[in-house]
Design a binder for this molecule. Structure first.
Ligand code: ACK
Length: 307
């Protein structure tokens, strides 16, 4: 049913491989909230973690999605470039799914905050000094390529585990210590049938701009549609978090733009080799797009050339 349900009305089977004593968990500040979910910072055995839970007013379906997300994370297993499951509290109290904490937040905001001071990466002409505070992290082109490389490795791993992300974007990649990037929300149950192309996400952006043509047209998703999204994510990285296709306002408009063969231009600070990769990810025909394994190899070579 879809009626709101109070806490503690659910019983979950005990999984002793993952269960942590509730008393060891000290909940802290809320990191973020969605419609029915919440992510809270917490401490367990002197380590900082992130805890996913449902909010009050959730439905049975929201609980089921959180359980499913946790089960997917258990099955997929560990990789350095994904947000890994650490444990859960599932007995006598609300369900807490405990995952790795990424101290620098999402990649889009991280890149935007650390734009080279006073410069708009989309604009090669002189632009007035930015009103933003000076960047805390100095990020050069090699760092950007390393970011793209790590995301490709995480996606190659997820694809090898038969996991399709369906919403790969800089907002869904988190920045951990030492510039380690981790793909988040790969275990989310996404009800593709009910995807609302017109509804903006919490940041007011249209998620359609990351979607492959076959996802826009037929709601079809596979690893090759994730590769398309990876190309958009590459573009976000190379523009320090700019908004893709700023002039496009609807799914129909985007589809005809792509159908006519148009693609985003090379960002001014982006090397031709990275742009070539973006364009390969944006082949209309999914079979012409490189698999993540090839993308990783391509980035290996680019980084070796920069040694
Ligand atoms: O950009 P943010 O600060 O990073 O806002 C979102 C918000 O919660 C909603 O998802 C943050 N968040 C989610 N998972 C984690 C995590 N494992 N570590 C740190 N922050 C997280 C995210």
């Amino acid at each position: 049913g879809n009626e709101p349900t109070p806490f503690n009305e659910y019983e979950f089977p005990l999984d002793s491989d993952w269960e942590l004593p509730r008393a060891q968990l000290i909940l802290g500040a809320t990191l973020g909230e969605g419609a029915f979910g919440r992510v809270v910072m917490a401490e367990v055995n002197n380590a900082i973690v992130a805890v996913k839970m449902v909010k009050e007013g959730h439905t049975d379906d929201d609980i089921a999605s959180l359980v499913r997300e946790m089960e997917v994370m258990k099955i997929i297993g560990r990789h350095p470039n994904i947000i890994n499951l650490l444990g859960c509290c599932s007995q006598s109290g609300p369900l807490y799914v405990i995952v790795e904490y990424a101290p620098h937040g999402n990649l889009k905001d991280f890149l935007f905050k650390n734009r080279p001071y006073g410069r708009d990466p989309l604009d090669s002409s002189k632009s007035p000094p930015s009103p933003l505070p000076p960047p805390q992290h100095l990020i050069n082109e090699k760092d950007l390529i390393k970011f793209a490389h790590q995301i490709a490795r995480g996606m190659d791993y997820l694809a090898s585990r038969r996991c399709i992300h369906r919403d790969l974007a800089a907002r869904n990649v988190l920045v951990s210590d030492d510039y380690v990037l981790k793909i988040a929300d790969f275990g989310l149950a996404r009800d593709i049938q009910s995807t609302d192309y017109y509804r903006k996400n919490t940041n007011g952006r249209l998620p359609i701009k990351w979607m492959a043509p076959e996802s826009l047209q037929e709601k079809f998703y596979d690893s090759k549609s994730d590769v398309w999204s990876y190309g958009i994510l590459l573009w976000e990285i190379m523009t320090f978090g700019a908004q893709p296709y700023p002039a496009i306002m609807s799914a129909e408009e985007l589809y005809s733009y792509l159908m006519s063969g148009q693609r985003m231009e090379k960002p001014s600070k982006c090397s031709i080799n990275i742009y070539i990769l973006m364009r390969q990810c944006w082949h209309f025909n999914a079979d012409d797009r490189p698999p993540f394994t090839e993308i990783v190899e391509y980035m290996d070579k680019l980084l070796q050339a920069k040694e």
